[in-house]
Design a protein around this ligand. Structure first.
Ligand SMILES: C[S@@+](CC[C@H](N)C(=O)[O-])C[C@H]1O[C@@H](n2cnc3c(N)ncnc32)[C@H](O)[C@@H]1O
Length: 372
């Protein structure tokens, strides 16, 4: 795995020794979960060491907890992923983007398995890593794995949005869990000039990696430096959208057509990132038919509004249905045209400022604040 990561360019040479010294499987619990036909199904190490090891050493996230530890699906299956060991190439890219050096102090938010914390401790040195995990059972497992592997890391149980004031200030902060509203405490607890790395997500788009630099005034400004998708901070999970629960009144829905093909709107990273800034509380679901046709659903689980767009191969116009107080497809189409008129900015042109008072987005320079 380490060789593959190095060959792919994801693993920075400075981090190679740490990856070689910290075997991932020592941090993965004996029961993990895989996605099978819309269900999360357990895989037990005791039922097949080889299959379990293959999961540990694939370049994939390994699901280590579902439904906050109490599987909520039928027959002991899970519905929601609530903890995982992140994909190794994402871990490697984020560690490189953190620009951490041996001797620096780091706060990690979202301990999960403890693997990332162990990699940090291996390179930065014992006692330099603090990690906060919201789930006490997950934190306990990570603590045990870290201890058994000989890494001296402080693992605290709590809401990582509050940081870890008693060990602040830190030189670096790395969140391995996504935020929509980035907690200002992360800036306040990082030294001026320090770097804060955050997976940033909207309801519509998950997500973008933002690398912030902290100023003297506990304000941080950053740009998008990567494309990563993480689970959300527990308090920011919001509501899950479901066609069964949220789509009602199909016969009464307002019907129109659009000639805007859904792919460039919803499937292109730069466009959907920008739409996510403009259209809050909107979740995307796509359902496929066997003949290559598909339906795009836009769902606002808070207000109950929904929209759908049916795409058939070769069609040039697409039927749209909208229901509820919002016209969700119209909002998305307007946001797409707004992005188009801005000259289709790529992700790296957006910036984010987080201050003790607020959070806002800018384009190209921090003077060019965008009202979203
Ligand atoms: C993707 S996993 C982290 C992966 C981890 N760094 C590793 O090396 O395995 C995200 C973790 O964030 C935790 N989490 C979610 N909300 C949190 C919060 N508010 N504070 C701290 N941890 C949180 C989840 O319980 C989960 O374990």
């Amino acid at each position: 795995m380490v060789g593959d990561l190095a060959d792919s360019g994801a693993l920075h040479p400075d981090w190679r020794a740490a990856f070689e010294a910290v075997p991932r499987h020592r941090f993965i619990p004996d029961t993990v979960w895989v996605e099978k036909e819309d269900r999360l199904t357990p895989v037990h190490r005791a039922d097949g060491e080889q299959a379990w090891l293959e999961l540990c050493y694939s370049n994939e996230a390994v699901i280590t907890q579902v439904d906050d530890g109490v599987p909520a699906g039928p027959g002991q299956t899970g519905r929601e992923i609530t903890s995982s060991a992140s994909r190794p190439d994402v871990v490697a890219l984020m560690l490189a983007a953190l620009e951490a050096e041996p001797g620096m102090s780091v706060l990690e938010i979202g301990t999960g398995t403890g693997w990332n914390a162990a990699l940090l401790a291996e390179r930065l040195g014992p006692g330099n890593v603090t990690s906060v995990e919201v789930d006490p059972v997950v934190a306990d497992q990570a603590r045990r794995a870290l201890r058994e592997a000989g890494h001296h890391v402080t693992v605290a149980v709590g809401d990582g949005a509050a940081g870890h004031p008693s060990s602040a200030p830190f030189d670096r902060l790395i969140a391995t869990v996504a935020a929509d509203r980035v907690p200002p405490a992360w800036a306040a607890q990082t030294r001026p000039g320090g770097r804060v790395l955050v997976p940033w997500a909207t309801d519509f788009h998950n997500g973008a990696l933002v690398a912030f630099t902290v100023d003297q005034d506990a304000t941080m400004r950053g740009r998008i430096v990567g494309n990563v998708a993480f689970m959300r901070l527990r308090d920011q999970r919001g509501k899950r959208a479901s066609l069964e629960r949220n789509v009602h009144g199909v016969a009464q829905a307002r019907r129109t057509f659009t000639d805007l093909h859904p792919y460039p709107v919803l499937g292109e990273y730069d466009a959907s990132l920008a739409i996510g800034l403009k259209v809050p509380r909107c979740k995307l679901i796509v359902t496929h038919a066997e003949d290559g046709a598909y339906t795009v659903w836009l769902v606002d689980p808070w207000s109950g509004s929904w929209a759908s767009l049916d795409h058939e191969p070769g069609a040039e116009k697409y039927p749209v249905r909208q229901s509820g107080e919002r016209n969700l497809w119209q909002e998305v189409e307007d946001a797409y045209r707004w992005w188009d008129e801005l000259d289709r900015p790529t992700a790296d042109r957006w910036g984010l400022t987080v201050s003790p008072q607020d959070q806002y987005v800018w384009l190209d320079t921090k003077k060019n604040r965008i009202n979203v």
